[in-house]
Design a protein around this ligand. Structure first.
Ligand code: NAD
Length: 339
């Protein structure tokens, strides 16, 4: 085991941050978590947990001054799935909140002598013109420039990559940057508007009547790749412990259409339904996939399991969540209770 470190996890109440906190604890490190909220589905494992707004600079710097952190993992962001970042309705908040968080975190890292920071970027940084076809052979890291992300969320991520890299160049701060390609799994948001496609599909399939009608966003031919959280956490730790200081994809290269995703999940309970496509619904780019050539050569890492394995455990977990909430017999009642 590596030497015990003092680690700050920003966004420790969120999906990836709470899983990373668990891994850090299992390795014996001292974990300090910060978020606007505690984890939604389990108790935090952090040794200390602060409910705090990272868009506020003075408070953020005070937090960083509580301890001499060896490492910071920065997951805090204002984000969600296509229904949140691709409608344009939340763009101003998304950009301002996440930008302010990153400005404050990077400055606090430098002012308090943090040795290394992990920044959670996104596949949304890649240009729209490389994602116009349903078949996407995979987005190589070098394709990010010349830049043209399809969402303001993606532009913010790209700028923040540059922000961390700029501070690293001029200071002793080391930066590790992952471009996540749709991470899903147990304890991820599954309703309320910020959920991403795999969780939404699992919830909708769990709630649809056998033989019923299923509303699908777009024509369902749009494609993505999805990575289970256990695989992502392994990639994150390999990157953080590596010497690689350039952005690296952490994603799956198993491309699947949204229609196929519904069919895959439907098989778990042997459900059948008629898809009704809503062509006015937000969809994002036409096709997105991870190219894992670089990450495999640098970290010796690639996803170890097929999509359906992680999807199955996630589906079972979402079914439990629906049961626990109770009184949630259909998609309509379940969603309205969550609002
Ligand atoms: P999440 O929404 O579950 O976690 C983000 C956390 O940040 C939330 O708990 C939220 O409360 C917190 N936060 C937001 N504003 C804050 C503020 N002002 N102060 C303190 N905390 C604040 O999202 P996630 O899926 O865990 O994603 C983690 C990171 O990875 C994010 O930066 C996200 O953009 C990035 N990412 C995730 C995915 C994915 O598929 N999950 C894909 C690409 C990039």
């Amino acid at each position: 085991m590596s030497a015990k470190k003092k680690v700050l996890v920003c966004g420790a109440g969120g999906f990836i941050g709470s899983h990373v906190s668990k891994r850090l604890k299992s390795e014996g490190h001292h974990v300090v978590g910060v978020d606007l909220k505690p984890p939604s589905f389990s108790e935090t494992v952090a040794d200390e947990f602060y409910l705090q707004d990272l868009t506020q600079f003075t408070e953020t710097l005070e937090l960083f001054r509580r301890d001499a952190f060896d490492e910071v993992f920065q997951f805090a962001a204002d984000m969600g799935g296509a229904g949140y970042i691709n409608t344009g309705e939340h763009d101003d908040e998304v950009v301002w909140n996440s930008m302010a968080i990153n400005l404050n975190v990077v400055k606090s890292c430098v002012l308090t002598g943090v040795k290394r920071v992990f920044y959670a970027s996104s596949a949304c940084v890649y240009p729209e013109h490389d994602q116009l076809e349903e078949f996407n052979p995979g987005l190589k890291e070098e394709l990010a420039y010349p830049a043209d992300p399809d969402s303001e969320y993606g532009w913010e991520k790209l700028f923040s990559e540059r922000l961390y890299a700029t501070f690293a160049r001029k200071n002793s701060l080391e930066v590790r940057i992952a471009r996540f390609h749709n991470i899903f799994g147990e304890e991820g948001t599954w309703d309320g508007g910020k959920e991403k496609a795999p969780a939404a599909v699992c919830r909708k399939v769990a709630l649809v009547e056998d033989g019923g009608v299923m509303a699908v966003w777009g024509d369902g031919k749009q494609t993505r790749s999805f990575l289970h959280i256990t695989e992502a956490v392994e990639g994150i730790f390999r990157l953080m412990r590596s010497d690689h200081d350039q952005p690296l994809n952490i994603g799956s290269d198993q491309l699947i259409s949204i229609n196929e995703l519904y069919d895959l999940v439907a098989e778990f309970d042997g459900k059948q339904f008629t898809k009704e496509h809503d062509l006015s619904a937000p969809q994002g780019v036409r096709g997105r996939n991870s190219d894992n050539t670089l990450v495999e050569s640098v970290l010796g890492w690639r996803p170890s399991k097929p999509l359906h394995e992680g999807l199955k455990t996630t589906y079972e977990w979402i079914k439990e969540q629906i049961l626990e909430r109770g009184n949630c017999e259909s998609e309509e009642t379940c969603v309205s209770q969550a609002d």
